[in-house]
Write a protein of this length. Sequence first.
Length: 106
Amino acid sequence: MRFLLCVLATWRMAHFLVAEDGPWDIVVKLRSLLGDSLLGAVMDCFYCLSVWLAFPLAFVITQDVFGWFISWMAISGGAALLEQASQRETSNQHHSLRQSDKEDLK
């Protein structure tokens, strides 16, 4: 259960920081402030950011070094799979909308 919670938390935080504006555009302002710096580049890449967000969350699962490393990679990997699945779903929805628009034009 902890693993699943860590995966979901990593996905949510990474998606929020990479793809959303945030309340009062706070995330947009943060991205702008960071610009082309290393941290700015990390905030532009879901996969990069999920690796670093999963880093501390792996300690929720285990304390031993080997288990922590495996958990770290697994949490980030799980978040990446969720991101890919959500992107596919969004793409499929847009495709369906375009298809119905084409049918309406006929």
